[in-house]
Structures are given as structure tokens and as C-alpha cells.
Design a protein. Structure first.
Length: 231
């Protein structure tokens, strides 16, 4: 398994000194390296110095993700953003998804805001032992066997919801996300989609040739929404 996936952790304490130009250059360069889940969906990534919202994390910098409103947009952002999260961790920087934060500064992009991510030099341990992960067991989130599912199990998710389910068969992984409660559907549906994109990123990291598509005869699972099948 990808070494960073095995030891990354969400960082919530940072050195608040201004980010140096060298670091910012490396981050911006990575924007051109990440691969979208859906190449036809327009998205944006900007760097800002402040955010607002509940459960805020003080950091020297934040990524602001925007996207056109289109089916698959939130999964796409989760997929792209998690690549950057792994980049930060692998480069010695900390990062943390911020589900309720919004930028305090005017965004450079005109695309609708989706989510933020804090980043910077960590002031707490950057890595953890795999035994320190607080995650559901594989039997709770999947059926069938596929080595890539352990990477998905270790993926971060909003409020650690781990609201996904996977069915592995014949070299394929059918992916489902939990259907949110209608009362709070708009907020949780958005995060559920982002969570799925994050998990798919971890699966992609473990796949030699990653491809996601929807199959017409995919099994229906009560209480879940079918997101697609990884070949």
C-alpha cells in the first residue's frame, strides 16, 4: 500500500508564520499534476489566507475548491483534493479537510464554492501508526476481497462518517455511498459525495489502471446510492 496512505493524519495545529514563496510555488505546481475523476467538469483551486465558519482550524494557508454545478462535481473535488492531501503529507506539510469553512477573502474563481483545506507546517506529529486509525473494519464497509479496499478504509471522511460501501467481485469494485437523511440531505449529501471522491482517490492510488464507470445492471443496495464501478 502507498506508504503515505498508511500513515497520514489530518493536522489541526500549524505554525502560523507566513508561508514562504518556495512552498507556495510547489503547491501551485501540484495543481497542474492532479488528475480529475471527471475531466469534463470545470473546477478551480485557489489559495487564501483566511477562512470563516464553524469548527475552524487556524492555518497559514487554505485551499479553496470551486466547481461548476454538475453531476459528479463533488466526487470530482474529493478525488482531486485528496491527491493534494497526500502530496502535502508526502512533502512534510500538514493538511486537513474543512467541511464547513468558507474563504474570508474574495475568491479568484467565479465557480461556486465547494470546500476548503487547511495546510502548512505542522505543529503536531505529521504521521501516525496504522494502529492509531479510528476506522470501521473492512467487513463493515465492504463485501468480497480486493487489496485496494484497505486503502479506501483508511481514507478520511467528513466527521469520520465513513459513509461508503464497496462490493468487490471479479476484479471490479462497485462503489456506493450512504443515502443521507432527507431532513439534512443537502449538507450531508454534499459531504457524502466528497467522501466518496476521497475514497476513490485512495483506490486509484492502489490501481495500476484506474477507470470508473456506471454499469447499467449494478446491484441496488437499500439505503445507498450507486456511484460507479472501478475496473
Amino acid at each position: 500500500m502507498n506508504e503515505i496512505i498508511r500513515k497520514r493524519r489530518s493536522i489541526r495545529k500549524y505554525d502560523l508564520a507566513d508561508l514562504d514563496d518556495n512552498m507556495l510555488e510547489k503547491v501551485r505546481a501540484q495543481f497542474g499534476v492532479v488528475k480529475p475523476l471527471y475531466p469534463d467538469i470545470r473546477y478551480s483551486i485557489d489559495i487564501v489566507g483566511k477562512t470563516r465558519g464553524l469548527f475552524g482550524v487556524k492555518a497559514p494557508g487554505y485551499l479553496v475548491f470551486g466547481s461548476e454545478e454538475k453531476e459528479g462535481a463533488y466526487e470530482n473535488i474529493g478525488f482531486i483534493g485528496q491527491q493534494l492531501d497526500l502530496f502535502f503529507s508526502g512533502s512534510g506539510f500538514g493538511s486537513c479537510w474543512l467541511g464547513t469553512a468558507k474563504p474570508s477573502e474574495k475568491e479568484a474563481s467565479a465557480l461556486p464554492h465547494v470546500i476548503c483545506m487547511a495546510f502548512g507546517d505542522p505543529e503536531e506529529p505529521l504521521y501516525r501508526d496504522i494502529s492509531e486509525f479510528k476506522r470501521k473494519t473492512l467487513s463493515e464497509i465492504c463485501e468480497g476481497d480486493d487489496d485496494r479496499l484497505e486503502a479506501a478504509r483508511l481514507a478520511p471522511s467528513g466527521m469520520n462518517a465513513q459513509d461508503w460501501f464497496f462490493v468487490a467481485e471479479n476484479g471490479k469494485i462497485h462503489c456506493y455511498r450512504k443515502k443521507p437523511n432527507p431532513v439534512v440531505g443537502l449538507v450531508l449529501n454534499k459531504m457524502s459525495c466528497i467522501n466518496m471522491g476521497i475514497a476513490l482517490c485512495h483506490i486509484a492510488e492502489e490501481s495500476g489502471d484506474f477507470h470508473l464507470a456506471k454499469e447499467e445492471n449494478a446491484q441496488i443496495r437499500k439505503g445507498y446510492v450507486y456511484s460507479g464501478t472501478v475496473n
